[in-house]
Design a protein around this ligand. Structure first.
Ligand code: EPU
Length: 429
């Protein structure tokens, strides 16, 4: 298994190009199942999760062609891909594939909408919490689907097609909002989705579906309205910049010190994290080219924060923020409200000398003056990045094991950080 070696202590200076968002790319790729015409996606990041989803969609009959690198991407490996689901050859999504990536469960929405049936494995638990699918099932039933759970599979049928309905989510869910929207676009009549997720990735999916001929309003607010149409067409859409990657590198610069332009980043999707970054003690400016983050010499301040659905502070940046405040003066309090078990990084950060106490969903981080490099283990995607951030400021060498977690969601980190002066290298297993 590959590992990442980091030698801490160097500031970061230069430019980091921000990739297309993983969490927008995945639902956008899945939306290709809704039409027999070609969906062209630009700015697709080069990630293990994207490669896996290509395979999963291939099983359903989607042809995926890579058009080549996007011009002017400053050496990034963004791809333009063409997805064509001329014919859906199978509505079955097996356990072996769905269990590897939770988002692949989302194929249930478009398969049901287009084919009137789907048999999709339950995604199962994962390292950050139980992550049930009850709200997906509720939403699809509201649209007229008959749903059974059989042998670990969700079996959904709508022999006469889906019809519009009123879906009221009792809690905000990104995945079920994506699926409800993708199912409703081909349903008969109007669907109203209440307490919908307002995440920018939902807006990106809605924008693409609208280009494909869907009638959707209100994406980005808590009430989304969809009027069903008979068919969708092909379209061309560029994936939004990755706000979590942006926030991650912004925190890395605050941790290591220095001056970095996060090229192509959008501050509109990162208001709360950037506000916090300023509270912690970094200077943040938005320019035409992206977001510039600077910290020179001054110390870091402690903060109190809870993770919240958008526009609140995202759970996907919680681990990275925790790494940052390990080095702050005073005690920070970080409450995780979205997932019940998203603190696996705490014990790994402790190996580097962090002083963190957990009490249920609340972590108290007592800042320490120095962190010291150690061997640590990546436990999930975002947690892995918190270890890299801590390693950038730790004295000496940090080795992060199980790097495959990182490769699921971060493109070429050793190159992006290395180009800014950090010593980060990949070691063969
Ligand atoms: N939930 C239910 N029932 C459901 C669905 C969700 O109880 O049927 C609960 C979840 O257990 C959780 C909460 O609702 O407590 C929110 O989960 P959500 O459905 O919003 O999460 P998701 O769609 O599975 C996406 C991202 C996650 C991100 C969350 C929250 C993708 C591919 N994944 O997950 O990203 O943390 O939204 O913003 O978009 C990551 O990229 O590392 C990652 C985990």
């Amino acid at each position: 298994m590959e590992r990442i070696r980091i030698v801490g202590g160097a500031p970061l200076n230069g430019t980091i190009p921000i990739s297309g968002a993983k969490n927008a790319t995945l639902p956008l790729m899945i939306a290709s199942l809704l039409t027999d015409e070609t969906l062209v996606l630009e700015n697709v990041p080069h990630l293990a999760d994207v490669a896996l989803l290509k395979r999963i969609l291939g099983n359903h009959g989607v042809d995926c062609m890579i058009q080549g690198k996007r011009a002017g991407q400053n050496g990034a490996t963004a791809e333009t891909i063409e997805l064509s689901a001329g014919e859906i050859v199978d509505t079955f999504a097996p356990y072996e594939l769905v269990s590897k990536m939770r988002a692949s469960f989302w194929v249930i929405g478009p398969l049901l909408a287009r084919m009137g049936e789907a048999r999709v494995s339950l995604p199962g638990g994962c390292a950050i919490g139980t992550r049930p699918v009850d709200l997906f099932i509720m939403a699809l039933r509201e649209l007229g689907a008959e749903i059974d759970i059989d042998g670990g599979y969700v079996v959904a049928r709508a022999p006469k097609g889906l019809r519009g309905g009123r879906i009221v989510f009792p809690k905000v869910t990104v995945g079920a909002t994506h699926v409800a929207m993708m199912a409703a676009v081909l349903a008969r009549g109007e669907t109203v989705i209440e307490n919908a997720a307002r995440e920018p990735e939902v807006v990106d999916l809605a924008d693409c579906l609208i280009k494909m001929g869907a009638r959707i309003s209100g994406a980005g607010t808590a009430t989304i309205r969809v009027t069903g149409v008979d068919r969708l067409t092909g379209a061309r859409h560029a994936v939004m910049p990755d706000r979590i990657e942006t926030g991650t590198y912004a925190f890395a610069v605050a941790m290591a010190g220095g001056d970095v332009l996060l090229e192509g980043a959008s501050s509109a999707t990162l208001e709360r994290p950037l506000e916090l970054l300023a509270e912690v003690g970094a200077e943040v400016t938005t320019t035409n080219e992206g977001i510039r983050v600077r910290r020179n010499g001054s110390g870091l301040h402690a903060v109190d924060v809870s993770t919240e659905p958008f526009p609140g502070f995202p759970t996907d940046l919680q681990a990275q923020l925790m790494a940052l405040v390990c080095h702050a003066k005073g005690s920070s309090h970080i409450r995780e409200t979205i997932f019940e078990n998203r603190f696996m990084h705490v014990q790994e950060l402790a190996r580097l000398g962090a002083d963190i106490h957990l009490d249920g969903q609340m972590a108290t981080v007592n800042g320490v003056a120095r962190l010291k490099g150690a061997e640590v283990m990546a436990t999930d995607l975002r947690a892995s990045m918190s270890l890299v951030i801590a390693g950038l400021a730790a004295e000496g060498e940090t080795i992060v094991n199980r790097v495959y977690h990182l490769d699921r969601g971060f493109e070429r980190i050793e190159q992006k950080l290395g180009d800014c002066g950090a010593t980060v290298e990949r070691l063969a297993g």
